[in-house]
Every structure is written in structure tokens, then in C-alpha cells.
Write a new protein. Structure first.
Length: 272
């Protein structure tokens, strides 16, 4: 039966207790059933099995005394058997094995802890990666939402100008620098200026388009800056001051980035 990731992590922590024989009967049966379908836990138990083998030497094995053995054999055979001399006890029993056992157990425990630490680092790295991906998706979603709100706001502002009772429309035509270009300007004293254009060439590096309001005054008044999209289209909304003189026309020139107070570049669109 397959286990999910959380169950696998919980059962894997039983490997050390399984090797030491410290699990209850129910937990041991559950862990053995899990090992039947989990190569990772089976390999971990095999790597820890030397601990169980070394622990077996903690309980020393004792031979029966030779005198007792002689009496038992004599009672069975009917003739007494001379007892062999008692062998001198070997002092290197559990006391001699204790340092080796401690060293072996420490090495195996260190290896097991190293494997667990590596696995934990791997899981933390995977979680950090998933968190970063979720953060990136959230940031992208916020940017998309901001774009949608901006487009919706622009559309609402454009509609407000187009339906204004005092709206004034001015058609602009392309000049020799952009003969295929065309544009329209919709101006309302109370609601601002909407400007749409098509077929405008891309502005050269360090340059931008600037829209001018032509009035009866000698100097044109800047309405704002814009750059067309890759298809040469523009749809922009500009705020204009309430005391702006009545326009008699519009013009578009190309100027240095940041704009200029008075036109200096070539005319691309003009409308009266």
C-alpha cells in the first residue's frame, strides 16, 4: 500500500528503533509493511543493521563449568568422567568490547544523523523553492491586476471625455516625416484630453513624441509626452488645466526624452 510523503517521513524515523528492537508489535508490523513498498527505508534499515549485530556482544556467552559437565556425562554413561580443569576466564569480555561497541554505535549513529540531516536539507530546499515559485506567481498576479486596473481606469477616463457635453474633436493627418500616420484628439475643458493615433514610426533612441495644443496665442502649449506601441498605435489620456485657452488645432513633434517647453523637432502630425 502506497504511503504519502507525510506518512513516509513519520515511518522513516522508526528505522533506528526497529533495528534496536524497541518498537511495539503493532508499530513493528506497520513499519515492516511499509518497508515492503519503500526501498529507501529498507536501505536505511540495512545501513543501521551493524548496530544490532554489535549490540549482540553486550551479553557475553558463558560455557557451563567443566565439573558440572563431567557429572552430567558420567550419569548418562555410567562411568565417571574426569573433570577437565576450569579454563581461566578471559578478561576481554564485555569490558573489552564496551569501547569498540561505543565507537561502532557512534559511527553508525553519526552516519544515520548525517543521512537524516541531508534529507532534511533537501526537503527544506524543496520547500524554499516552492515558496519562491509561489511568491513569484503572487507578484506576477499583482502586476497583472495593476495593469488591468490601469487599463480600466484609462478606459473610464477616455469614456468620460468622449461623452462630455463640451467635447471638441480634432483630426490630425500625417506629415512628410510620417505620411501614413493619422490621429484624433478629443478635448473637454472639464474632463481632459484623449489622443489616439496609428501608424506612427518608433521614436529614435533618446527621443519621444510630444503633443501640442495650438491656440490663438503664439506659443503652442504642451499637453504631454507619449510613445507608440510596437504597432505604432497610441491611446493616451492627458489632463489639461481648466483655464486652457480654446484650442484651434493640435500638433505632434518628436523631441528629446523629457520633453521641451517649446517645439524644436520635426512635425509628424498636424490638425486644425
Amino acid at each position: 500500500m502506497a504511503t504519502n510523503s507525510a506518512e513516509h517521513d513519520e515511518l522513516r524515523e522508526h528505522a533506528e528503533m526497529y533495528v534496536l528492537g524497541a518498537l511495539s508489535a503493532a508499530d513493528r508490523a506497520t513499519f515492516e509493511a511499509h518497508m515492503a513498498s519503500c526501498a529507501e527505508c529498507t536501505a536505511q534499515v540495512k545501513s543501521l543493521s551493524p548496530v544490532g549485530q554489535v549490540l549482540a556482544y553486550v551479553a557475553p556467552q558463558h560455557e557451563p563449568p567443566s565439573a558440572l559437565r563431567a557429572r552430567v556425562v558420567g550419569s548418562v554413561s555410567g562411568s565417571p568422567l574426569k573433570a577437565a580443569p576450569e579454563p581461566r576466564p578471559i578478561k576481554t569480555s564485555s569490558s573489552a568490547l564496551a569501547p569498540w561497541l561505543a565507537a561502532a554505535a557512534s559511527l553508525v549513529l553519526a552516519a544515520a544523523l548525517g543521512m537524516y540531516a541531508a534529507s532534511l536539507r533537501s526537503r527544506i530546499g524543496a520547500l524554499e523553492l516552492r515558496l519562491q515559485e509561489a511568491t513569484d506567481r503572487a507578484a506576477a498576479g499583482e502586476r497583472q491586476l495593476a495593469d488591468v486596473r490601469r487599463v480600466a481606469g484609462d478606459a473610464q477616463s477616455q469614456l468620460a471625455v468622449l461623452v462630455a457635453p463640451d467635447v471638441l474633436r480634432i483630426n490630425l493627418t500625417g506629415q512628410p516625416t510620417a505620411p501614413q500616420a493619422a490621429a484624433r484628439a478629443f478635448w473637454s475643458r472639464s474632463r481632459g484630453l484623449v489622443f489616439t493615433a496609428s501608424n506612427l514610426p518608433a521614436a529614435p533612441p533618446g527621443k519621444t513624441y510630444q503633443l501640442w495644443v495650438l491656440t490663438k496665442q503664439p506659443a503652442p502649449i504642451s499637453a504631454g509626452l507619449f510613445k507608440p506601441d510596437p504597432q505604432g498605435r497610441v491611446a493616451a489620456v492627458f489632463e489639461t488645466p481648466p483655464d486652457l485657452p480654446q484650442p484651434i488645432g493640435m500638433a505632434v513633434t518628436i523631441e528629446p526624452d523629457g520633453g521641451v517647453p517649446a517645439p524644436t523637432g520635426d512635425k509628424y502630425l498636424v490638425g486644425l
